[in-house]
Design a protein around this ligand. Structure first.
Ligand SMILES: Nc1ncnc2c1ncn2[C@@H]1O[C@H](COP(=O)(O)OP(=O)(O)OP(=O)(O)O)[C@@H](O)[C@H]1O
Ligand SMILES: [Mg+2]
Length: 227
C-alpha cells in the first residue's frame, strides 16, 4: 500500500437482515482513495450510497470484506479506536447539516477540535478562521435555527474540514438546497479541498456535480462502475 493511500475497501458486502429476509445492498465493493483524489458516486435512490459511505466511514460494519483507513484495518479496532481513527482522518457532511442545535456556529465548528483535546481558546480561534473561509464571520454566535439552509451547510462544511482530515465523506451535501446555493456550496467544497489538499468522496443525485470529480462511479446492484 502506498503511503498516500487514504482509504481502501476490499470486497465489501453489506446485507441488512430483516426478520425473514435479507437485503444485499453492497455486493463486492473495491475502492482505493489516495490523497487529493476527488470521487463522486451516483445511483438510484435505495442503491446503497449512504450505506457505502457509512461503511467506509466506520459508522457501520461490513457483513464481509475489509475497510482500511490510512492503513488501519477497521475490523481490528475497538469501537473507541474506530472513533479515534474517524476523528483523526475523516470529516463528514450530510444532507441535513446535523449541527447541534443548542450550540452556536462557532461552537459547532470548534467541537471536533475540543474532542481532540485542543484547548478551548485555540479551538475557538481556529473555528473562527474556518468560518471566515466559508464567509460566515458575521454569524459566529448564531445557532443553527438562526441560519439559512445555505449558511447551515457552510457551517457543516467548516466543521467537516476544521481538523484537516485526510478524507471528507459527504452524503448529498447539497441535496437540500436551491440550485444557486447548491452551486455555491459545491464550489466552496472544491476550493477548500484543493487548498487543503484533501480527498473528497461525495454521494449525490446531481450528475452535473458528479461530472466535476476526478472519478465518477455509478452504484448499481451493489457494485461500482466507473463512468
Ligand atoms: N437499517 C436498515 N435496515 C434495513 N434496510 C435498510 C436499512 N438502511 C437502508 N436499508 C435499505 O438498503 C437500501 C440502500 O439504502 P441507502 O440508504 O444506502 O440508499 P441510498 O442510495 O443512499 O438512497 P437515497 O439516494 O435515497 O439516499 C435500501 O433499499 C434501504 O431500504
Ligand atoms: Mg442516501
Amino acid at each position: 500500500m502506498s503511503s498516500s493511500n487514504v482509504l481502501q475497501a476490499e470486497m465489501v458486502y453489506v446485507s441488512y437482515v430483516e426478520e425473514e429476509h435479507s437485503v444485499d445492498v453492497l455486493r463486492g465493493i473495491d475502492l482505493n482513495i489516495d490523497s487529493t483524489n476527488t470521487i463522486a458516486i451516483t445511483g438510484a435512490s435505495g442503491s446503497g450510497k449512504s450505506t457505502l459511505l457509512h461503511t467506509l466511514g466506520g459508522l457501520m460494519k461490513p457483513t464481509r470484506g475489509e475497510v482500511f483507513l490510512v492503513g488501519e484495518q477497521l475490523s481490528q479496532l475497538s469501537p473507541r479506536g474506530i472513533g479515534i481513527a474517524r476523528n483523526q482522518n475523516l470529516g463528514f457532511i450530510y444532507q441535513f447539516h446535523h449541527l447541534l442545535m443548542e450550540f452556536s456556529a462557532l461552537e459547532n465548528v470548534a467541537m471536533p477540535l475540543l474532542i481532540r483535546g485542543i484547548s478551548k481558546n485555540e479551538a475557538r480561534e481556529r473555528a473562527s478562521t474556518m468560518l471566515e473561509s466559508v464567509s460566515l464571520s458575521h454569524r459566529l454566535d448564531h445557532k443553527p435555527a438562526q441560519l439559512s439552509g445555505g449558511e447551515r451547510q457552510r457551517a457543516a462544511v467548516a466543521r467537516a474540514l476544521i481538523t484537516k482530515p485526510a478524507l471528507v465523506l459527504a452524503d448529498e451535501p447539497t441535496g437540500n438546497l436551491d440550485s444557486k446555493t447548491a452551486q455555491e456550496i459545491q464550489n466552496l467544497m472544491f476550493e477548500l479541498v484543493e487548498a487543503e489538499k484533501l480527498s473528497l468522496l461525495v454521494a449525490t443525485h446531481d450528475s452535473a456535480f458528479a461530472d466535476q470529480f476526478e472519478r465518477h462511479y455509478r452504484l448499481t446492484e451493489g457494485r461500482l462502475s466507473l463512468l
